[in-house]
Design a protein around this ligand. Sequence first.
Ligand SMILES: [Cu+2]
Length: 125
Amino acid sequence: MLGLFLVPAGSLLAQDQSVQVIELIAKKYEYSPSPVHIKAGTKVQLKINAVDHDHGFKIAAVPDGAHASSKPGLVFAAPQDCRLLKKGETTTIEFLAQTPGTYSFKCCHSCGLGHRGMKSQIIVD
Ligand SMILES: [Cu+2]
């Protein structure tokens, strides 16, 4: 299970903090760049472009190895489940990279034979 974390409306975006835009390509059967490195404390706008097929994006809000019910290290403005990445479109996902750790994500939309191996990580340093 993913740890879901709700913050009071507006609090994430109201902070006077610059946003780092990170562009990610999703294609059979990988994301690039991989892994993605982010400095702790950074507010991120992840712009994912699915170039060849519909894909998906599902990420754990707690770092690898942490219990699913522990405090999320990635703080999202809205609850996260599987985000569909439509072919040819850019999907934007915003979050605060709060706690150092490795956060695994994977494709959650069946996209072909290699689908199960389509995964990567965000590493918060
Ligand atoms: Cu897939």
